[in-house]
Structures are given as structure tokens and as C-alpha cells.
Ligand binder design. Structure first.
Ligand code: COA
Length: 163
């Protein structure tokens, strides 16, 4: 039986930290669906289409990884796709409260889906998408945090905003 896991997030944009977690998940599961959670009330810098394209490119060399979008309850999407697990990356103790709450809520909603926490490499422990957006907005280099095509997209986005 194939073991499928979801790796959900907003990915605005995808970073090396996310990719590190996806690689680790792909070593453990037969199929990892990187799931873009569509939340219309959350304002994102990149559109859903842009994020999807970036993620598809970022994971193209990671075997067993694919990309999907979910605009409803994550556990329903997991059940529809035969997933047995939801993977979340925990970077620091500060992630814990929120992750614990989500994991227990999801377990209450769907007992069969297990949340699995993976630690990204410590070199990415401080990283999140807002920091990357902020550095890019202020003209800093972000190619050490994100793939080059994401760095270029960030640069273009903020250039367009300024002009
Ligand atoms: N490397 C770098 N950054 C990481 C990271 C990693 N390994 N893991 C998380 N992050 C960052 C993200 O970049 C993001 O940064 P930002 O807030 O600065 O932009 C932040 O941590 C939050 O991460 P994300 O993984 O995108 O979580 P989220 O809080 O946006 O998403 C969902 C949470 C999508 C999983 C959750 O809302 C969900 O399941 N939604 C679907 C609807 C649903 O079922 N709701 C009930 C859930 S109980």
C-alpha cells in the first residue's frame, strides 16, 4: 500500500527550509503532496498561480513530490487523497503551541490522519517567508534563502511595486 503524506502551507514564497522538509518527507513516504492551502482572507504577495508554478519548479527534482491546492478543510483533502499523514516542519519551540493546536484539532476531525513533525536542517531554523519577503522588499539578497527563480520573482515583484 502506498503511503501518502500532505505537506501543507501557504508558501508565500517557498524557501529552502520548506524544500528541506519536503525532501525529508519524500524519504519517508511513497508520495508527498505539497498542498497549497488557499485562504482567500490571507493576503499573499504571490498569487496562487505564481506560488504553484514556483513550487512545481522547486520540487521537480524531488522524487515522489507533487503539488496540489486545497481550499477546504485539510483533513477532508487528506482523506480524499488517501493520505495517512500531515507533515509539518518545526523549527523552534515557538512553533510548538500553534502546531500542537492544529495537530490536535486535525486529529479530532479525522482520527486516522497522523500529524508528523520534521525538523528542517538547523541552517534553516530561523527562516520564514515573511523574513524573506522583508529582505527582498528592502533590496537585500535572498538567493541564500530561496531558489534563484524565486529570488528573481521577488526582485521583480518589488521593482513593479515601486515603479
Ligand atoms: N522553512 C521556512 N519557513 C517555514 C517552514 C520551513 N520549514 N515551515 C514553516 N515556515 C514558515 C512559513 O514560511 C510561514 O511564514 P510566514 O508566516 O512568515 O509567511 C510560517 O512559517 C507559517 O507557515 P505555513 O506552513 O505556511 O503555515 P500557515 O500557518 O500559513 O498554514 C495551514 C497553516 C495551511 C497548514 C493551516 O492553516 C491549514 O491547515 N489550513 C487549511 C484549512 C484547515 O483545515 N484549517 C484547520 C486546520 S486545524
Amino acid at each position: 500500500m502506498k503511503r501518502t503524506a500532505l505537506y501543507p502551507g501557504t508558501f508565500d514564497p517557498i524557501t529552502f527550509g520548506h524544500m528541506d522538509v519536503i525532501r525529508r518527507a519524500a524519504d519517508l513516504f511513497d508520495r508527498v503532496i505539497v498542498t497549497i492551502a488557499v485562504n482567500p482572507s490571507k493576503h499573499t504577495l504571490f498569487s496562487l498561480r505564481e506560488r504553484r508554478k514556483q513550487i512545481e519548479r522547486a520540487v521537480q527534482d524531488i522524487p515522489r513530490a507533487e503539488v496540489a491546492e486545497c481550499d477546504g478543510l485539510l483533513v477532508d483533502f487528506a482523506l480524499q487523497n488517501g493520505a495517512v499523514a500531515i507533515v509539518r516542519g518545526v523549527r523552534a519551540v515557538s512553533d510548538f503551541d500553534y502546531e500542537f493546536q492544529m495537530a490536535l484539532t486535525n486529529r479530532k476531525l479525522a482520527e486516522k490522519i497522523t500529524t508528523v513533525f520534521l525538523m528542517p536542517h538547523e541552517r534553516y531554523a530561523y527562516l520564514n517567508s515573511s523574513i524573506v519577503r522583508e529582505v527582498a522588499r528592502l533590496g537585500g539578497r535572498v538567493d541564500c534563502f530561496v531558489p534563484d527563480f524565486v529570488a528573481a520573482a521577488l526582485e521583480k515583484k518589488f521593482r513593479d511595486v515601486k515603479s
